[in-house]
Write a protein that binds this ligand. Structure first.
Ligand SMILES: C[S@@+](CC[C@H](N)C(=O)[O-])C[C@H]1O[C@@H](n2cnc3c(N)ncnc32)[C@H](O)[C@@H]1O
Length: 247
C-alpha cells in the first residue's frame, strides 16, 4: 500500500497546496536560509525535498548550485522546465528521499517548509544520517518544523488553511505516545472534493537535538521563529542548523 506522502500531493487540487518560487514569501525564506547557512557563491546545496522549487529557484538565482530531490513527478517536471527557461544551475532528481545516497558532495542539505517527520522514527533518523553522509566535512544540514511544545498548547482539532477555492480544511489529532499529528484533509472546489490523510512526527528543541546527534552531528544551533532568536515555549517553529565536523 502506498504511503500517505506518495499520493498526498498528486491530486488536481492537493498538488497546488505547496508554493512555488512565485510565492511572495519565497525570496525572503531563501534569503533567511542563505544567511543561516553562511554559504559562499557557487556552494552546492541539496534541497530534499524541493517540492515545486520554492527555495531551489531563488537559491539558484543567487548563484548556488542546487540539486533538488522530490517524489512528486509533476513538481520535478515544473521546476526542470523553469530551470531550462532561466538557464539555472539546478539538477532535478525524481526520487524518494529515503533513498538518497550521496557521499560528501554538498556544502549544505536543506529540508525546509514542513517537510520533516513524514516517515517512521527509524526512517526519519535514517534520512538525517543520509543527509550527514551527503555533506562535505564542515557542511551544514538545515531542517525546520513546527515546535511541538507550541503546537500542543495551541492545538486545533479543526483548521481552515484556505477559505478561497480550493477550500482547504483539516481535522487533526495529536498522539502523545508517538508525538505525531494525524490529519484528514479536505480540498474542495465546486462539486469536486479530494480527501487526503497525513501523519507527521513533531519535534521540540530537545528531540531535534537528540535526533541530529544520533545522526552524527555535534555542532547544532537552534533558532525559534518568528524572531530567529532562542527557542522558547512561544516559538511557533524551530530551525535547526547542524554542522558536520571537519574542514
Ligand atoms: C510541504 S512540501 C515542501 C517542499 C519544499 N521544501 C518547499 O519548501 O516548498 C513537501 C514535499 O515533500 C515531498 N515528499 C514527500 N515525501 C517524499 C519522499 N519520501 N521523498 C521525496 N520527496 C517527498 C512532496 O512531494 C512535497 O513536494
Amino acid at each position: 500500500m502506498a504511503e500517505w506522502f506518495e499520493t498526498f500531493f498528486t491530486g488536481p487540487l492537493s498538488r497546488g497546496f505547496i508554493g512555488t518560487w512565485e510565492n511572495p514569501a519565497a525570496l525572503r525564506h531563501a534569503r533567511m536560509v542563505r544567511k543561516l547557512l553562511g554559504l559562499r557563491k557557487g556552494a552546492r546545496i541539496l534541497d530534499a525535498p524541493c517540492g515545486q522549487g520554492r527555495l531551489a529557484v531563488p537559491l539558484a538565482r543567487m548563484g548556488f548550485s542546487v540539486t533538488g530531490v522530490d517524489i512528486t513527478a509533476p513538481y520535478i517536471r515544473r521546476v526542470r522546465k523553469q530551470a531550462r527557461i532561466e538557464g539555472l544551475p539546478i539538477r532535478y532528481i525524481l526520487r524518494d528521499m529515503r533513498k538518497i545516497a550521496f557521499e560528501k558532495e554538498f556544502d549544505a542539505v536543506i529540508n525546509y517548509g514542513g517537510s520533516f517527520g513524514y516517515f517512521s522514527d527509524v526512517e526519519n533518523l535514517d534520512f538525517c544520517k543520509r543527509a550527514f553522509r551527503a555533506l562535505k566535512p564542515g557542511g551544514k544540514f538545515l531542517v525546520d518544523g513546527p515546535n511541538r511544545t507550541w503546537v500542543r498548547k495551541h492545538f486545533l482539532e479543526f483548521m481552515v488553511h484556505q477559505e478561497a477555492e480550493p477550500r482547504i480544511v483539516s481535522r487533526n489529532r495529536f498522539d502523545r505516545r508517538t508525538n505525531r499529528v494525524f490529519s484528514r484533509w479536505t480540498f474542495s472546489q465546486g462539486k469536486h472534493r479530494e480527501v487526503r490523510t497525513s501523519s507527521i512526527w513533531l519535534f521540540d528543541a530537545a528531540a531535534v537535538r537528540e535526533l541530529l546527534r544520533a545522526a552524527g552531528f555535534r555542532d547544532i544551533t537552534l533558532y525559534g521563529l518568528p524572531s530567529l532568536g532562542r527557542v522558547t515555549r512561544s516559538s511557533q517553529r524551530i530551525i535547526a542548523v547542524a554542522r558536520k565536523s571537519g574542514k
